[in-house]
Design a protein around this ligand. Structure first.
Ligand code: ADP
Length: 307
């Protein structure tokens, strides 16, 4: 029997309420790891399954989230369902053209995604690649973070590859020092660490993307890909530092999910046997298209110029 390889993203998908007018909102679903899973599904061949591991409630909105994932071609077999919780939500507010976000996520079901260790370990071990972010870690109770890292270690020793975007969000952590410590420990267990320099500069005080790459390599990462908006992408592995200039993007409308979509196309290309140049090019090409549209999830894999 043919069993597809699995790209398993782990984290929190939330309800998104985006303004459509005075007091009216459109409901959607988004979240950093979900965005990457969504784009990975579009980039990977059918010989790959893309799954999402998180937790939802048993209520109607949780059901709609599951339906959304399924309709996007994302496998929901590893989702946990909890009777006494529901999914997190955020509201996008527009004031004078500036967007701000209000969150209701402190009691979300996703915070318990690692509470069943046996389930987490088994799901990770079955996957060819596990993808997660600093947000996936931040939302977990401290003891579950340890469990999460132990499960990653076990899965990796069995051949699962691990990819991680630190996505540093200090407000989600108890304090910044804990965030830096946990992110560094997690990076040391990974084959791919894919930070954005703006975050690393702000929270680790790295002077250059090369410094961020060096720091994560020293922590034990196998390969580091540092994104930096319109600036060069720095790629580092085994002391081999290379940089790539993404092509110019003519009409940047909304940079939401730039990094998430870059990660998906980079990993999909690399997993399909592409070399690092092709993988960075694919990442930058997809991100470059995503940021020319509003919103996180943009159907934009048609040939350039068609959408
Ligand atoms: P994040 O969304 O995580 O902050 P970045 O802003 O670093 O990530 O962007 C990720 C990738 O998106 C970059 O490496 C680049 O390929 C592309 N990108 C983002 N902003 C721009 C831009 N202004 N011009 C061209 N490419 C961009």
């Amino acid at each position: 029997m043919f069993v597809p390889k699995t790209f398993l993203a782990v984290g929190e998908c939330m309800v998104e309420m985006a303004p459509t007018g005075e007091g009216t909102y459109k409901m959607g679903f988004a979240g950093d790891t979900l965005n990457t899973a969504w784009y990975a599904r579009k980039c990977l061949p059918d010989s790959w399954s893309v799954g999402y591991l998180s937790a939802v409630g048993q209520d109607q909105v949780s059901g709609r989230m599951i339906d959304f994932l399924k309709s996007s071609g994302i496998d929901t077999g590893e989702m946990r369902t909890l009777g006494d919780r529901t999914v997190g939500l955020y509201l996008i507010q527009l004031e004078g053209g500036e967007r701000s976000f209000a969150y209701w996520r402190s009691q979300s079901a996703a915070r318990l995604l690692a509470a069943d260790r046996a389930h987490l370990e088994q799901a990770m071990r079955k996957a060819a690649l596990v993808y997660f972010s600093g947000i996936s870690l931040a939302i977990l109770p401290e003891s579950d973070r340890k469990v999460f890292l132990e499960c990653l270690k076990i899965a990796r020793s069995g051949g699962t590859q691990i990819a991680f975007d630190p996505n540093l969000r200090p407000r989600l952590w108890e304090d910044a020092a804990t965030m830096r410590e946990c992110v560094t420990a997690a990076a040391g267990l990974c084959d791919f660490v894919m930070p954005s320099f703006e975050d690393e500069f702000t929270h680790f005080k790295d002077a250059t993307p090369q410094e961020s790459a060096e720091r994560y390599l020293q922590a034990g990462a196998g390969m580091v890909v540092v994104k930096n908006g319109s600036e060069e992408v720095v790629w580092a592995s085994d002391r081999d530092f290379r940089s790539f200039q993404p092509g110019p993007v003519p009409n940047v409308v909304d940079t939401t999910a730039a990094g998430d979509s870059f990660n998906a196309a980079f990993l999909a290309t690399f997993l399909a046997g592409g070399d690092v140049v092709a993988s960075v090019e694919a990442g930058a090409a997809l991100a470059g298209r995503v940021i020319q549209h509003r919103g996180a999830l943009v159907p934009c894999l048609e040939p350039i110029g068609q959408d």
